[in-house]
Write a protein of this length. Structure first.
Length: 459
RNA sequence: UCCCCAGUAGCUCAGUCGGUAGAGCAGGUGGCUGUUAACCACCUUGUCCGUGGUUCGAGUCCGCGCUGGGGAGCCA
């Protein structure tokens, strides 16, 4: 029976007979003894396998290449040398899958750019292994957080016909012939398409999430999201995962409170339950990472009105590249200044001018702002965007008319304001941005196993 | 999409003033009784991103293209 290396090391007992299986990271051979570092993905360190001339295939073991797959039977013993607590004295080494000298991963540091070209193999490296382990644990922690608060996990559609969420360009979903589609008035006739109308991949589950919140009170979505934007930055991907909670009978203050608890919970989770991998990130990826995350985990998040934020920026005397003026959106440089220089920690900016925000955000009584919030954190800037939603039908339709948004395709959304409408609020968090924030990784392409970005859909 | 930078051995990089390609690692062979990205000795490896131009001569200078990276915009 195979034992996972992480489990084996956690329950180490001298003299224990066991069998492990994994991939060779390194072979150090001399005439009479060879050391094989074996990794099965369960942890960072792997297991040192000691092979000696007593093995039937000792010569073959000495010639093993990095990357080969092995099954090893042996005895776990306390290691006499520094570097590891335990080691496995092999009695049988089965070579399951060879790896010759063309194997692209070497026993050395590679650039992330190079590793992206071998995305099919990079999960076997220390860094990407740690990132994808953390990603998995973190996804489970997200579900745990909401389950502890009795939120319903909602699956919103991936194929959608609502073209007007205002959250970016849609990927078109169609089965029409791309070369010669049926035409109506010179345009492709989507009435003859699979769904009988224009459809695309979802850019947000929020609108459907609101409908579910108006039945289950508290819900969240956590699923893939698609944006056909030609964004070429380290923070954007065409396919990413988004977390979107929505709470009925809740206002903007409740929304911010949930976001604060959520971020703090995930920071603590990473520090406490992923300590080995986090220590690796702190040492190898970003010096001071643990301290940064610890501060966020313990901080009280500041709340600041958009108007105050503008004043603070104007009074700062700092020369920004982009103008600072009431009515203009905050740029990345402003967001980072507020979080890093003004506050020195996470800060919510609340109540933005209605002109720069989406139609569904609740209009404040001042007539010029909406109940929107962004959570800004050091190093990244905006990590969460949310709002209280406009629950008053007349205000909502008036605003849609002002912004030129057609009501007809959103009849179902408007119905939710017709019967049993109530104040509700929610936010959106890009999962990859969260993983980047917690690992210190600088590029979104390195926190998704197989990233999709403009011109890149390989693997 | 806009601005800036880069592309040389399998990987990471150096290459001076334009004069004909070099280092570490990886790989190979041999050595080594406990190594820690093992170590020691020797050896192998090139479409200098592509294309057009300038020049007696281009890795080096110029144009165009492709690819990658950084910044911005859009945003999560």
């Amino acid at each position: 029976m195979k034992t996972r290396i992480r489990t084996l090391l956690a329950n180490g007992a001298s003299g224990r007979e066991c069998m492990v299986a994994g991939w060779v990271r390194s072979v150090r051979a001399s005439r009479e003894v060879a050391f094989v570092t074996l990794n099965d993905g369960s942890d960072m360190a792997g297991l040192q396998v000691v092979a000696d001339q007593g093995l039937a295939n000792f010569d073959s073991v000495c010639r093993l290449g990095t990357g080969a797959a092995l099954r090893v039977h042996g005895t776990l013993v306390a290691s006499p040398a520094a570097g590891q607590q335990w080691e496995l004295h092999a009695t049988i080494v089965e070579i399951i899958g060879e790896a010759d000298d063309a194997y692209p991963l070497q026993k050395k540091r590679h650039t992330f750019e190079y590793l992206r070209t071998i995305a099919h193999l990079r999960p076997r490296t220390n860094t990407l292994g740690a990132v994808f382990r953390l990603r998995s644990r973190l996804a489970q922690a997200v579900h745990r957080f909401f389950a502890e608060r009795d939120f319903l996990y909602a699956h919103t559609p991936i194929i959608t016909a609502s073209d007007c969420e205002g959250a970016g360009e849609l990927f078109r979903v169609t089965t029409l012939d791309a070369v010669a589609p049926p035409l109506a008035a010179g345009q492709p006739d989507f009435e003859q398409d699979f769904f009988g109308q224009k459809t695309g991949l979802t850019v947000s589950g929020q609108l459907e999430g609101e409908l579910l919140a108006l039945a289950f009170s508290d819900i969240y979505t956590f699923g893939p999201t698609f944006r056909a934007e030609n964004s070429n930055t380290p923070r954007h991907a065409a396919e990413f995962w988004m977390i979107e909670p929505e709470m009925a009978f809740a206002d903007l203050a409740d929304d911010a409170e949930l976001a604060e608890e959520f971020i703090r919970y995930l920071c603590r989770f990473a520090l406490e339950e992923c300590a080995d991998d986090m220590a690796f990130f702190d040492k190898q990826i970003e010096k001071g990472l643990l301290e940064r995350i610890r501060q966020v985990a313990e901080a009280d998040f500041v709340r600041m009105d958009y108007g105050d934020a503008i004043e603070r920026l104007q009074r700062s005397g700092t020369a920004f590249s982009y103008p600072v003026e009431w009515g203009l959106d905050l740029q990345t440089e402003h967001e980072r200044y507020l979080s890093e220089q003004v506050v020195g920690g996470p800060v919510f900016i609340l109540n933005y001018p209605k002109e720069i925000k989406a139609f569904y955000m609740r209009q404040n009584s001042d007539g010029r702002t909406v109940a929107a919030m962004d959570l800004l954190v050091p190093k990244v800037g905006e990590i969460i965007g949310g709002s209280q939603r406009e629950e008053r039908l007349d205000r909502l339709t008036t605003r849609m008319a002002e912004m030129g948004i057609s009501q007809e395709p959103l009849w179902w959304y408007l119905d939710s304001r017709r019967w049993g409408s109530c104040p509700h609020a929610g936010f959106g968090l890009g999962f990859e941005r969260l993983v980047m924030y917690l690992t210190g990784m600088d590029n979104i392409r390195d926190v998704i196993p197989f990233p999709r970005t403009p011109r890149h859909a390989e693997f």
